[in-house]
Write a protein that binds this ligand. Structure first.
Ligand SMILES: C[S@@+](CC[C@H](N)C(=O)[O-])C[C@H]1O[C@@H](n2cnc3c(N)ncnc32)[C@H](O)[C@@H]1O
Length: 304
C-alpha cells in the first residue's frame, strides 16, 4: 500500500520517512485485522504507523480489494510474501530467544515492532534498531505515542548504512561485540549496494560473540537486474513506491556467497517451500515464479 502516494518528494533524503517502512507495516496491519485462525502473522502495533490514507484502505475490505486489483497479481503476491516473511522471522527470533540470545540488532528496522511485542525479549535481550534518521525519528515519536515512553531495552541508532559503517554507529551506541547476537535484515538488502552488504556482513563476522547469527531475505539476481519478467514488474512497482532494487544473489549461489564471507550452518528457505510446508491451505495470490528467499547462517567458529 502507499503506492501512488509516494513519489520523489517523499524520499528519505528529503527528510521524510522511507516509504517502504510504511508499506511493510501496512501488510502486517492488514494481516493482523484478520481473525486469529486465518492470519499468518500478528502485529498489533503496525496499525499505528500508517498514514490516514493507508489506514482507510487497510480497514475497509471493499477499498482493500479495489487496491489489490489496482496493484496487480505480482504486487499482491509480494504482499503475501512479506506476511510470510514476518512470520518466519518472528518464529526464528522466538527460537533464538529459547537458545540463549543476548543481543538483537535490527538493521533497516523501519517500523519493526518485535522489540515491543515478542514475549520474553525485553527481560533478556538488548535491542539495537538501526535505520535512516528520518524514518527512525518518526518511529520513535509513534513508540512514545503508543507506550508513553521508549523502552529501556531498545537503543535507537540513526544511521545511513550506505555512508556510515556499523563500526562507527553501533559501538558508540553500546553494542557489545562479545555477546551472542542475532542480526536481522528484513526487507533491506535488496535496497543496498553490494559494497554495503559486504561491509555489514564483514562487521558481523569480525564483531560478534560465539554463535551469533544473521537472518535476512533476498531476491535472486534476475529479479533485481530485471532480466526476468517478474523482476521488471516488481521494479516498476517499487519505483512507484519510491525505492529501487540494487542487490540480489546469483541463482543457486547463496551458500558459496555466505561461506566466502565467514559464515557456516547455512539454511536457505524459499518462500514458496515455506508456504507449501507451513500454510498448505493458503494459495490465493501466490503465483510467483521467482520466490523470495529467507536465509540464516552462523558466524563460523573459526572467526570467533
Ligand atoms: C522495506 S523496509 C523494511 C522495514 C522493516 N525491516 C520491516 O520489515 O518492516 C526497508 C527499511 O530499510 C531502511 N533502509 C533502506 N536503506 C537504508 C540505509 N541505507 N540505511 C539505513 N536504513 C535503510 C528503510 O529506511 C526502511 O525502514
Amino acid at each position: 500500500m502507499g503506492k501512488n502516494k509516494v513519489k520523489e518528494g517523499l524520499k528519505e533524503n528529503l527528510k521524510e520517512p522511507n516509504p517502504t517502512a510504511e508499506l511493510t507495516a501496512s501488510h502486517r496491519a492488514a494481516e493482523s485485522l484478520k481473525p486469529e485462525t486465518e492470519r499468518i502473522c500478528d502485529d498489533p502495533y503496525a496499525i499505528h504507523f500508517l498514514s490516514l490514507a493507508t489506514l482507510e484502505i487497510v480497514k475497509d475490505p471493499v477499498k482493500l480489494k479495489a487496491f489489490s486489483q489496482q496493484v496487480g497479481p505480482l504486487a499482491q503476491a509480494m504482499g503475501t510474501l512479506i506476511r510470510l516473511r514476518v512470520r518466519y522471522f518472528d518464529d526464528f527470533l522466538k527460537k533464538s530467544l529459547k537458545e540463549g540470545l543476548e543481543q538483537l540488532v535490527i538493521l533497516g528496522a523501519g517500523y519493526d515492532t518485535r522489540a515491543y511485542r515478542i514475549e520474553g525479549l525485553k527481560e533478556n535481550v538488548k535491542v539495537f534498531e538501526v535505520d535512516h534518521p528520518h524514518t527512525q525519528h518518526f518511529k520513535i515519536e509513534k513508540i512514545k505515542e503508543i507506550f508513553g515512553f521508549t523502552p529501556e531495552h531498545v537503543t535507537y541508532v540513526p544511521a545511513d548504512l550506505e555512508t556510515q559503517t556499523l563500526n562507527q554507529s553501533l559501538f558508540s551506541a553500546g553494542y557489545n561485540r562479545s555477546k551472542k547476537t542475532l542480526f536481522l535484515m528484513e526487507g533491506l538488502i535488496c535496497y543496498l549496494t553490494p559494497e554495503t552488504v559486504d561491509g555489514i556482513l564483514s562487521f558481523i563476522v569480525e564483531n560478534s560473540g560465539k554463535g551469533s547469527i544473521v537472518l535476512f531475505d533476498y531476491h535472486e539476481e534476475s529479479v533485481v537486474n530485471g532480466t526476468c519478467e517478474e523482476g521488471r514488474i516488481l521494479q516498476k512497482y517499487f519505483e512507484q513506491v519510491g525505492e529501487s532494487f540494487k542487490f540480489g544473489i546469483e541463482e543457486g549461489k547463496i551458500e558459496e556467497f555466505l561461506l566466502k564471507r565467514g559464515f557456516s550452518d547455512i539454511t536457505n528457505v524459499s518462500s514458496e517451500d515455506y508456504k507449501i510446508n507451513c500454510f498448505k491451505e493458503m494459495n490465493e495470490n501466490m503465483a510467483v515464479h521467482n520466490p523470495l528467499y529467507f536465509v540464516n547462517a552462523i558466524v563460523s567458529a573459526l572467526q570467533n
